[in-house]
Design a protein around this ligand. Structure first.
Ligand code: 5GP
Length: 418
């Protein structure tokens, strides 16, 4: 656990609202009088709070406890039922600020050094009620642009704070020769943003998000060199049983021409050669996105196509296990569930370009350390191999300006640790 936690990790597939802390969700629901369905809650309010408050030592113990390797099973349909409730709780910019900060804090504390958060812009209230009695904000709707700008603002503040923390800790270490020998200073977390399109929505809604992404992307290109540019790409996600990629293809082509990177979810529902899902997946592969999400249930011929001409795949071991309807098969054992992943073992062995990710750390009660520990245990991977997977995933990041630094920083850290 110690190695996996200290290993500087890269998160490329994390949905913002799906990464909400369970405790925060329960708290926001109670403040907003939302009744959560029992499917939503993995822990009761008390144990969610407890988990949140656990000291590092206690968490370390908890992580080595058998309970760590088990989880409450949820299938794909359950997950999408759960997703419906989150926007009712994260319904204003105040809650949005809170969850964005918490997700970044949790990732940093978990040893993540670069995270691409993805989210679909929503029209939220400025505040769900008039908190300060000023008469301002309560009940007024904010725009999708404000949603994105709020996240960018928080990312910017967070990145600065993290950089300062890192510099201060390095300074302390330099002044203390004893410490210098042993202490590993956690690298600063660099956050970036991907704008999501929900495939359950209309083409007009998709275009609205893509236009916003293009506009803000072009605006940030005017920033002076050295300033962080947060918006790096667009993605297609949402309920995979709804609509078809091809209706959104022209919108994603526009985004790509404007210079944005593109990631598309693929292979989340079973498919047979020549059925509609097969044709859709073929169209996605022929579009050549920069990355694919999951690619779990692809037919053999599509997998062969990818292996001949690879597109990096964002794997999410715990989430993938749920998608494979582990609920009905594995009685909560993640180890057994991940063993059933149809391709992961082979992809790791033959160095297919993959990254390891959490998908929805709140929904699946996970973090990146846990995901790496799981694959290490299931596929018997040593520290070198885990480091190689992280270093390979740097190459799939959507911010090209940051890659060389990430590569060097991670490499030096790994050399100190292995
Ligand atoms: P948000 O975009 O609201 O910040 O993040 C939550 C949304 O991400 C969900 O409502 C859902 O549309 C999408 N999402 C989260 N996890 C998955 C997943 O595993 N597969 C797909 N296709 N979409 C997901």
């Amino acid at each position: 656990h110690g190695f996996t936690k200290s290993l500087p990790k890269i998160e490329l597939h994390a949905h913002l609202n799906g990464s909400i802390r369970e405790h925060t969700l329960i708290e926001l629901a109670s403040e907003r009088n939302v009744t959560l369905s029992p499917k939503m809650i993995l822990h009761d309010a008390e144990s969610a709070q407890q988990h949140n408050d656990d000291s590092k030592e206690e968490r370390l113990f908890w992580n080595t406890h058998p309970r760590f390797w088990n989880t409450r099973p949820r299938n794909l349909q359950d997950c999408f039922e759960v997703f419906e409730y989150i926007p009712k709780c994260v319904n204003d910019l105040v809650a949005l600020r809170r969850i964005t900060e918490e997700v970044l804090m949790d990732a940093a504390e978990d040893g993540v050094v670069y995270i691409e958060l993805r989210t679909g812009p929503k029209c939220l209230l400025r505040r769900h009620h008039d908190d300060d009695g000023s008469g301002e904000g309560g009940g007024i709707m904010a725009t999708k642009r404000e949603y994105v700008e709020t996240i960018v603002e928080i990312m910017n503040e967070f990145e600065k704070k993290e950089r300062n923390r890192y510099e201060m800790e390095m300074e302390c270490r330099a002044q203390d020769n004893m410490m210098q020998q042993q202490q590993i200073v956690r690298l600063a977390l660099i956050p970036r943003l991907i704008i999501s399109v929900d495939r359950a929505g209309t083409i007009e809604q998709a275009d609205e998000n893509i236009n916003l992404a293009i506009e803000l992307f072009q605006k940030q290109q005017m920033l002076p060199p050295g300033q962080s540019k947060y918006i790096v790409g667009v993605e297609l996600g949402g309920n995979p049983t709804r609509n078809d990629f091809t209706i959104f293809e022209a919108s994603f082509e526009r985004a790509r021409r404007a210079g944005l990177y593109v990631a598309i979810h693929i292979g989340e529902v079973p498919m047979k050669s020549y059925d509609a899902k097969y044709n859709e997946a073929l169209a996605v592969i022929n579009f050549r996105p920069d990355r694919l999400g999951h690619a779990l249930t692809l037919s053999t011929s599509l997998i062969e196509l990818l292996e001949k001409n690879p597109i990096p795949i964002e794997c999410c071991p715990t989430s993938n296990t749920m998608t494979l309807d582990f609920a009905s098969h594995h009685k909560g054992s993640l180890i057994d569930g991940i063993k059933m992943h149809p391709h992961l073992k082979k992809w790791i062995e033959c160095n297919y370009p993959i990254s390891i990710n959490t998908d929805d750390s709140g929904i699946f009660c996970t973090n990146l350390t846990k995901e790496y520990m799981l694959i290490a245990k299931v596929f018997e991977l040593d520290e070198r191999k885990l480091s190689e997977i992280v270093l390979d995933s740097v190459e799939h990041a959507f911010d090209d300006d940051i890659k060389a630094k990430l590569r060097n920083d991670i490499q030096s850290m790994v050399e100190m640790m292995v």
